[in-house]
Design a binder for this molecule. Structure first.
Ligand SMILES: [Zn+2]
Length: 319
């Protein structure tokens, strides 16, 4: 048991329940809300979100880890409103995705960590809403500025204890290098969640990440996925083979979904009509498919309830 930051204030990890560890409310860019609000359907974003999350709560989703930092158009006040109205707990993030602000370039990692620690300890944009996780993203190879973000994330974690979650690009084993940089700064592997591992269907990579003692984020599980991925039924079979190898110990499942698709028209990004189940697609399609393949109820409970809680509590996957 531990206390973590939700957008409604401190919450006990015992109350996390069924958790989606990598999702978005709005997936956009810094400043779009203020300048081109129509691209985020601002006039109806809150209605759409409240509707989607009320449905999600009714379908058994208790908590959502919202991993949009400021460069993905983070909107913590909208999260607070949606959380209050729907009953879904929201954990919001500090950190940075791939659109690293120029104001961060070539700074000292401690300088950036100061800003991020403030978002965890005092709150975001004067709202008093505090971040509960640190998001980080790299390409492959990791650029100099992305490495700086990793080191700043490490310093932020070491000063606050708040865990780290990463974005990795498809068909790459860059997660291992992310872990190496973070651990070289003193971060223990159980505080790291390597995201999007299902975009690289390489059992050696997945076994190696598990061996390193980090959490594995199988977090693009929507039916339409990305064009380079095999059909989801095939991905479910591959995941089953990893679980048979004991990787349920480290695994978490999520959709990487969002309410407002401001990237509509980008190849590989489905529209709302392509996934009418939204945040319930795992519960309605993917998990039943896994169970049909022989994945046990206990393994599902471990991936959806126990592992997210243990990540926030700083427990080692193997313990
Ligand atoms: Zn994402």
């Amino acid at each position: 048991m531990a206390t973590i930051n939700s957008v409604l204030g401190p919450m006990d990890t015992a109350n996390l329940g069924f958790t989606l560890p990598h999702e978005h409310l709005i997936d956009s860019s810094a400043g779009i809300r203020q300048t081109y609000g129509e691209l985020e359907f601002r006039d109806r974003a809150s209605d759409m979100a409240i509707q989607d999350f009320t449905k999600a709560k009714g379908g058994g989703i208790d908590t959502l880890v919202e991993v949009s930092p400021m460069d993905l158009g983070r909107d913590v006040e909208l999260m607070r409103e949606v959380s209050r109205e729907s009953g879904v707990n929201f954990i919001c993030c500090t950190g940075c995705w791939l659109d690293i602000p120029r104001s961060f370039w070539n700074r000292d990692p401690e300088f950036i960590a100061d800003l991020w620690v403030q978002e965890i300890e005092e709150g975001i944009e004067g709202t008093g809403i505090k971040a509960g996780i640190i998001k980080i993203a790299t390409e492959d190879p990791i650029t100099q500025q992305q490495e700086l973000m990793l080191r700043a994330a490490a310093r932020t974690h070491l000063r606050t204890g708040v865990p780290i979650t990463t974005h990795t690009p498809p068909q790459s084993r860059v997660g291992e290098r992310q872990v190496r940089i973070l651990t070289s700064e003193g971060v223990e592997p159980q505080h790291i969640y390597v995201g999007h591992i299902n975009q690289t269907l390489d059992p050696d990579y997945h076994r190696e990440l598990a061996r390193l003692g980090v959490w594995l984020g199988w977090d693009i599980s929507n039916p339409y996925g990305r064009p380079h991925l095999p059909p989801w039924e095939q991905r479910a079979e591959y995941l089953k083979s990893l679980l048979d190898d004991g990787l349920a110990t480290n695994m978490m499942l999520s959709h990487d979904w969002n309410v407002v698709l401001s990237r509509v028209g980008t190849p590989g990004f489905p529209g709302r009509e392509d996934n009418p189940d939204g945040y319930l697609w795992l519960t309605r399609a993917f998990i039943p498919k896994l169970q049909q393949l022989g994945v046990t109820e206990a393994a599902v409970e471990q991936m959806m309830v126990a592992n997210p809680r243990r990540h926030f509590e700083g427990v080692r996957p193997q313990d």
